[in-house]
Design a protein around this ligand. Sequence first.
Ligand SMILES: Nc1nc2c(ncn2[C@@H]2O[C@H](COP(=O)(O)OP(=O)(O)OP(=O)(O)O)[C@@H](O)[C@H]2O)c(=O)[nH]1
Ligand SMILES: [Mg+2]
Ligand SMILES: [Zn+2]
Length: 344
Amino acid sequence: MPGFDLRELGFTSELADNLEPGLVPGRVAAAHRAAFDVWTETGSVRSRLPGRLMHEGVDVGVGDWVGLRDGLIRTVLPRRSAIQRTAAGLTTTAQTLAANVDVAFVVSSLGPDLEPRRIERYLLTIWESGAQPEIVLTKADRLDDPWSMVAEVEAVAVGVPVHVVSALTGEGCDALRARIADGTTAVLLGSSGVGKSTLVNRWIGNEVMETRETREDDDEGRHTTTHRQLLVLPGGGLVIDTPGLRELQLWDVGSAALDATFSDVEELAADCRFGDCTHKHEPGCAVLAAIDEGTLPFERLHSWRKLQGELLAIAMRHDALLRKEEVRKWKLRAREGRARTRLR
Ligand SMILES: Nc1nc2c(ncn2[C@@H]2O[C@H](COP(=O)(O)OP(=O)(O)OP(=O)(O)O)[C@@H](O)[C@H]2O)c(=O)[nH]1
Ligand SMILES: [Mg+2]
Ligand SMILES: [Zn+2]
């Protein structure tokens, strides 16, 4: 296995400065059940977390820069962005879907499955992550006139570029590829079957990722891509392909990301007569006025409220968890202290 040029993978002197001497730098290229493929100067290494770090719940994502010793991941270097969701089945743990990503493509296919509400959840998650969101609408070839559907998406994608592509005809594919500059990393996120891997294959010019028609009757085998995978694009730049998510479970998202996702509502709210307007019944409410005038779809206000509620519940759960974690560490320290006393 030939080695990798770390600079091409996006390694910087800043990352190098953060690496303890003696550790081998590498970038996590794939996440399997309990193992990771890490790309280093000497080749790809199948690695894992040592038991202690696993026990501490250290979260490693594809795209992370790590330090290896004896083939094990000893440290995760500071991230410039991290796309996180609530881990499946564990409501109090974050899982990093992709790390150190510059641009995150939210991929949906044009057709009956298009769901603006789902796109809002992705945008929230990406605004929180530190990466730049962009929307990709695939399979444009399936519709005679995709533009009314595109407009529907543009209404929830305030300030976010929307790309329309077809991997079948090639429409928009090169322009999208050009968004991934040399040395930067993109990630493709979205439901199963929307055509994420098809795009990657087109950019690479090779069937590196398996693609398949989604089968409605086959619930277990719905995801064609089975693990997150980093890929190097010819001509520079990197892309992370991910398995489709059935539903994106939000993790702790701050108010800045909520404001960015709903900047249309926020802007209107600034003109409400009362500073603490709830946009429910107050006189002089600019949000309700916009809904009456038809310039703001009611669904936007509704989903803004709904997501606010959901995020509050997550934040409260997270807070309680942090407190519990503090207590646990304190008890552990106390116990270790006693053990040391006995040893003496
Ligand atoms: N008509 C049409 N079909 C497409 C297009 N892009 C992808 N497809 C088809 O859609 C199906 C699913 O594509 P994939 O690339 O496997 O989808 P995916 O998003 O990677 O799915 P998962 O890996 O399960 O998350 C395949 O049969 C593709 O041939 C397109 O632009 N037009
Ligand atoms: Mg795929
Ligand atoms: Zn108001």
